[in-house]
Design a binder for this molecule. Sequence first.
Ligand SMILES: Cc1cc2nc3c(=O)[nH]c(=O)nc-3n(C[C@H](O)[C@H](O)[C@H](O)COP(=O)(O)OP(=O)(O)OC[C@H]3O[C@@H](n4cnc5c(N)ncnc54)[C@H](O)[C@@H]3O)c2cc1C
Length: 534
Amino acid sequence: MPADQVDVLVIGAGVTGIYQLYRAREAGFSVALIEAGDGVGGTWFWNRYPGARFDSESYTYGYLFSKELFDEWDWQEHFAGQPEIERYLNHVVDRFDLRRHMRFGAKVTSAVYDEASGRWAVTAADGSCVDARFLVAATGVLSVPFIPDIPGRLDFRGVQHHTGLWPAGPVDLAGKRVAVVGTSSSGVQVVAAVAGEVASLTVYQRSANWCTPLNNRPISPAERAQLRADFEHLRDVLNSSASGFLHLPHDRTSFEDTDEERAAFYERMWESPGFAKLVSHYTDLLFDDAANAQWCDFIARKIRGIVRDPGTAERLVPKDHQYGDKRPPFVAGYFEAFNRPNVSLVDLRDTPIVRVTEQGIETTDGERPFDVIVWATGFDFGTGALLRMGIRGCGGVPLDKHWADGPTTFLGLQTRGFPNLFFPGGPHGAAGNNPRYNGDQVEFVTRLLAYASSHGYETIEPTRDAEERWMRLMEKAASRTRFGSIGQYVGGNIPGKPSRYLLNAAGRPKLQQLLAELDAGGYTSFQFGRAATG
Ligand SMILES: Cc1cc2nc3c(=O)[nH]c(=O)nc-3n(C[C@H](O)[C@H](O)[C@H](O)COP(=O)(O)OP(=O)(O)OC[C@H]3O[C@@H](n4cnc5c(N)ncnc54)[C@H](O)[C@@H]3O)c2cc1C
């Protein structure tokens, strides 16, 4: 098949890729987008499991580039569920006539940089080929589902799905014996959503998590009108806030308050929506172990108050980490589910899984039969998708070899030796409310490409010095943060994966400062060039 030629090829039709496609086209580039899935949505296309929903407020997650778009979409809930999010992203694609640039069902298997032409030759599994000047891999940090290598998994005769590969067609769970393996953000959503309809639900927990209430509710007509009236203010706050949320930071540390004041504050936090529990908490929550322990004790008391069986309650209280060491899940009815007679908890620390059998799951405590197994076992975070696309840079060097010890990036956007490749929303980029950080990166990439084009440059690559400075910043910041310091943000869930902090611990304000300096100063951290041919 002859290759299509474009200025900018975007890979991935998630919230980042859609925005990059829109921005690049608006900037006057010829564009195309290819996507492995059969539709728009990225995370919200693949994660169709029961209970899948936002932890970000819907109107803070949606795009902010068009007031008309903001006004015409009626989010139904403060934290929308997957079907509504998928509908929204499809609406955006059609509203801005982006679908005609998109090819679905095309998984990129090879992307090779040609030094002579300064172009990328991209091939997908459906046989399509694209020849692009600039390649933007908006392939997501949570887009490669991971299932542990448990013996016998393929022998299971029932139905089994990973939450991140949930089929579009119906999966009948009513009256079935269901196992959910994994109790992080997705697993806890599934448990709460299906406990009432299944015959039995067995929850396999490797480590308990610090779950707190999401506190979702419908958006009232008055609230919707207020949000629209406040659009400009809301956009300004979201475009500049450190977390990308509307929640305001607190101004006190834990022990500045009396015990009574602290207890009342914790109650307010428990009742607060979603990520307010991190953003608006005492400022020492993630920096002072003693302060953190107070909040953990409060949550533990809540768990013991909700879950009637004391043994189960105790197993649901985390013992191996403090709040924020792992990304904390937000829940609605998760702990309550364990009060149902049909729901039970298996603690894999006491009784590890031995194998999956034809009938069910066998632990050291014996075998339990199931009709359905739900694998809520996470993702190959950060680098998973980028390392599975056959990317080869200068000298034919494969990206997986280049990143054998973990990713090296500049601004979480480029890596040296791979000119004209960008990966907004990739490693060292994402933390907090994703579309806000990723949007900053997309807008910067677009300005950078426009700058290069207007100066007749055909290749863009960070300087060695710039990348080294950024990496020193990443490493220093990572050594100081506790947020996500264990688990998938450091590759801890994938056997053999190098242990590296995969978020940008320096935070959004630092990223925004650096991007603004580069915009103002002529992009001196990049090496621009002209290709020898074409
Ligand atoms: C269940 C779940 C809930 C979440 N909730 C929130 C939330 O509430 N708030 C928040 O801020 N973040 C949340 N996230 C994080 C979420 O991933 C981001 O918000 C956002 O979806 C990232 O968008 P993206 O476009 O960068 O990547 P994705 O949405 O992951 O899209 C990447 C796309 O690239 C495609 N792709 C990958 N490799 C290839 C290839 N080789 N060829 C072709 N296509 C490819 C994938 O198929 C995918 O469609 C959640 C994640 C999960 C899994």
